[in-house]
Design a protein around this ligand. Structure first.
Ligand SMILES: Cc1ncc(COP(=O)(O)O)c(C=O)c1O
Length: 470
């Protein structure tokens, strides 16, 4: 497949429209991603950063399949490892395999901070399940009922993970959810929930958190014993669906200190940010801190095979009694072989260093766009955690949600795939695989520049043919 953007027919082409009609007729609407593009491309073939739709159009994919494709599309080494394992043994469940043990050993070896060489692994099949297990483990180990979670977080759509996620519309119709979740403000400093200014606020969000943990009136302290009732603080090192929101330096160190002071477990959801996207294996390592329980998924197998793991301090993991947490496909040998192959490529090709290099280059390009386009209120980046926030006015910061949607939809017509995100649907996450080159970053930046100019210059979107939302 040719590695360049090539729009052979105006998007959406006729075959795409026909396939989408059938898809709407036969598939549940619950899993369709039309919200992003209005009309998404129907993909037939993919390679690296490029995907080809059934009309023959080739797009640059800066979505990485919800951040699962850290090695890009169709990584040949991982596919070869899967192929080999498939033909040896592909499922056992009750009888262990050597490959899953090898993977557990590797995970314990690369785990961050105090988990390194002092942890055990529990396998599962996907991110949502892994977060469920992480929370269950924290509750079982501490015997306490509460999980603290952050405003703007996304952890999944099961009853438990929906509870600790924000995004109210996802919860509508499913109440009651899990009991015992307490939501706290996240340092979304561009829109500080306390109305403070970054740099001069003394990190008030940490003060607020400490107040919650220390003032008995909040109800998080056992009145008879004086001990706290919080099992764990559940975090994403940088919020994913929240808008690739990177917290200020010092925040996670501060949360870790509070966890130590109040004897609370830090539960790190690395499902979106892990596996090199931040320039390190696990994003939390960027803030010189470490969790007690950590969950990984998505890019664990480079997006080839559903697989997830919970890595927890040995004494914590040993809380689980035999068969307490077994599901049919956990520890699957094919998933294990894929994960080992993914890590081999990540290390061999120094892709975390590439994420820092090209991520830094991309960020500079985004900042250049920000200087040019008033519509861009904020740009954030750490390696390949890159995002933009669009506002109608830089002073009032009124979210430019409709404009953001039009930018996404104009970009797809020109062969660029992006992800919409954020509290107001006014952010774009740039989710590039770690194999991205500077010239691929340039391709993305050029189209972004073009479509932002188009939307910015369009005063009357409703009556305008150039960028009306279809
Ligand atoms: C931070 C985070 N946690 C958990 C999940 C849920 O993972 P999955 O969709 O694989 O179940 C996601 C998915 O986007 C995520 O971004």
């Amino acid at each position: 497949m040719e590695k360049r953007i090539d729009m052979k027919v105006p998007f959406p082409g006729p075959k795409t429209m026909e396939a989408l009609k059938e898809l709407e007729a036969f598939e549940s609407r619950g899993d369709l991603c039309f919200a992003n593009y209005g009309t998404p491309p129907v993909i037939e073939e993919a390679d690296g950063l490029f995907v080809k739709d059934i009309d023959g159009n080739t797009f640059l994919d800066l979505t990485s399949g919800f951040a699962a494709l850290n090695l890009g599309h169709c990584p040949k080494e991982v596919i070869a490892a899967i192929d080999k394992q498939m033909n040896k043994v592909h499922h056992t469940a009750q009888q262990p395999t050597k490959v899953r043990v090898d993977l557990a050993k590797k995970l314990v070896e690369i785990a961050p901070g105090k988990l390194k060489n002092n942890s055990k692994v529990q396998y599962d099949t996907g991110g949502t399940n892994a977060v469920e297990v992480g929370m269950k483990l924290a509750k079982a180990h501490t015997g306490r009922p509460y999980i603290l979670c952050f405003h703007g977080a996304y952890h999944g759509r099961s009853f438990g993970t929906l509870t600790v996620s924000s995004f109210a519309f996802l919860k509508e119709g499913f109440f009651p959810l899990m009991e015992g979740a307490v939501r706290v403000p996240y340092p979304y400093c561009y829109r500080c929930p306390f109305g403070r200014e970054q740099g001069s606020c003394g990190m008030f969000c940490l003060e607020y958190l400490e107040n919650l943990l220390s003032d008995p009136t909040w109800g998080l302290i056992d009145r008879k014993k004086g001990t706290n009732l919080v099992a764990g603080i559940l975090m994403e090192p940088a919020q994913g669906a929240g808008g690739y929101l990177i917290p200020p330096d010092g925040f996670w160190q501060g949360v870790r200190q509070l966890c130590d002071k109040y004897d609370i477990l830090l539960i790190d959801d690395e499902i979106q940010m892990g596996w090199g996207r931040s320039g390190k294996y696990f994003a939390i390592e960027n803030w010189d801190t470490y969790p007690d329980i950590m969950m990984v998924g998505k890019a664990f197998t480079a997006g080839t095979f559903p697989n997830a793991a919970i890595i927890a301090r040995t004494d914590i993991m040993d809380t689980f009694q035999p068969v307490k947490q077994s599901v049919t496909f956990s520890g699957n040998p094919v998933g294990a072989a894929a994960a080992l192959a993914m890590m081999e490529v990540l290390e061999r090709d120094k892709l975390m260093a590439n994420a820092v290099d090209v991520g830094g280059y991309f960020l500079e390009g985004l900042k250049e766009l920000q200087r040019k386009h008033k519509l861009i209120g904020q740009v954030q980046g750490k390696a390949l955690i890159l995002s933009l926030e669009f506002v109608k006015d830089r002073t009032t910061k009124e979210p430019a949600s409709e404009e953001t949607m039009r930018i996404i939809r104009e970009a797809v017509k020109r062969g660029l795939l992006l992800t919409i995100s954020g509290h107001f649907g006014n952010r774009i996450n740039i989710v590039a695989p770690l194999i991205i080159t500077r010239s691929e970053a340039d391709m993305g930046l050029t189209i972004l520049d073009e479509v932002i100019s188009l939307v910015e210059g369009c005063k009357d979107a409703a009556g305008c043919k150039c960028c009306a939302v279809s």
